[in-house]
Design a protein around this ligand. Structure first.
Ligand code: ZN
Length: 383
């Protein structure tokens, strides 16, 4: 009946649903209108879809599936997934209300994924990236050993390709049905990330609603730059647990992006519509712009090969020595670099220039250091 009203003969799609004011009901799931859980306004579903699934009234960011995220993030939505067949089993033969294998099967049927994550490569405004996207609708985006393994492999792949690794977190934490095995993923992902960052890899972590538990307590909060969508729940334990433990009222907005930003846990809050360009901009600031050096041949379609060949090549003005481009050298404390990116908004050229100057100086002035760096650079440096 609601549905009929919504598609009423007038055909006026912008008509406000004022004909049904304060009826509290589950709001026509498949209809043209939906209710925003944040501002409770009735909103036109198509406006939400068009606006990157954000509420046109209050800007509430609805959750995205991994595939929706790919579509709005990568160039032309093109994504080359790897390890898609990695599937979970039931090592502990775990049963709660349901047997774990049944839960898995239901989630797999619902999402079309083997587990709560997709990893793959693609281009972001022309730059090759490795992307990992968590899928909240798959058992709460929880991290079992498949998710942990794929995150670790994503870092390894990004290391091989010498390109940034971007992870979109949307997770309730570790997957209880895998017990201690799921907790071990925290160490595994962090170890893989550490190896990646030692090689100078750039990890951009994007926290979306929700980013909690063992995922936030491991790799998610370790980004060189940590971005968050507005209003996302970000924290380790839930507010009720904390409140009961410390027996105090929690402040307003506790564990939301804005609160976490204020307390220094994240670097920037970015509206979903700006995320793509922001990720590209940060990559440019830290790794250098994408323009090929004047001497480079045919920038047009050899993109993939060239990018995967060397990240350092992208620092055109440093323009020299094969050594200079042999590997993306360890950036002097990626953290401090990340900070400067965040703080010095709008000073792009300077940050990049500093980086280049540092690069130009380093090789000559400190042999020992160079040697160490080379070994840290490992395989890439030797090529
Ligand atoms: Zn709203």
């Amino acid at each position: 009946m609601n549905r009929e009203e919504a598609t009423a003969p007038s055909g006026d799609q912008d008509r406000k649903p004022d004909s049904e004011p304060k009826r509290k009901k589950k709001e026509m799931p498949g209809g043209l209108w939906m209710r925003c859980p944040a501002c409770e306004n009735m909103i036109f579903r198509r406006d939400v879809e068009r606006g990157h699934r954000c509420c046109p009234e209050c800007n509430h960011h609805f959750q995205l599936t991994a595939r929706e995220r790919i579509a709005i993030t990568l160039d032309e939505g093109l994504f080359a997934e790897f390890d898609a067949d990695l599937a979970p089993s039931d090592p502990l033969q775990f049963t709660d209300l349901k047997a774990y294998p049944d839960r898995l099967r239901a989630a797999q049927d619902k999402t079309g994924l083997k587990d709560a994550i997709m990893v793959g490569t693609g281009k972001l405004e022309g730059r090759q990236v490795v992307l990992a996207l968590m899928e909240f609708s798959f058992i709460g985006g929880s991290m079992g050993y498949v998710v942990g393994e794929k995150i670790a492999r994503a870092f390894e792949k990004a290391g091989e390709l010498a390109c940034p690794c971007i992870v979109f977190t949307s997770s309730g934490g570790a997957r209880m049905m895998e017990g201690v095995i799921s907790l071990m993923q925290m160490a595994k992902t962090c170890a893989a990330l550490a190896r990646f960052q030692e090689k100078g890899g750039l990890f951009l972590s994007v926290l979306t609603d929700p980013s909690t538990g063992g995922v936030l307590a491991s790799f998610s909060s370790l980004g060189d730059v940590v971005l968050a969508e507005p209003g996302a729940v970000i924290g380790f334990a839930g507010p009720r647990v904390i409140q009961n433990t410390i027996k105090q009222e929690l402040p307003e907005g506790f564990q939301r992006s804005e609160f976490m930003m204020k307390h220094g846990f994240i670097d920037r809050i970015v509206h979903r519509k700006d995320l793509r360009s922001e990720l590209a901009r940060i990559s440019d600031l830290i790794l250098g712009p994408m323009e090929p050096a004047p001497g480079d041949k045919d920038p047009t379609d050899k993109g993939v090969e060239k990018d995967s060949d060397s990240g350092g090549k992208r620092e055109p003005e440093s323009g020299k020595s094969p050594e200079g481009r042999a590997s993306p050298e360890p950036r002097p404390t990626s953290r401090s670099r990340a900070r400067s990116v965040t703080v010095e908004k709008g000073s792009a050229p300077r940050v990049a220039k500093d980086a280049l100057e540092r690069k130009a100086k380093e090789p000559g002035d400190d042999k020992a250091k160079g040697g160490r760096r080379r070994s840290a650079g490992g395989a890439r440096a030797d090529r």
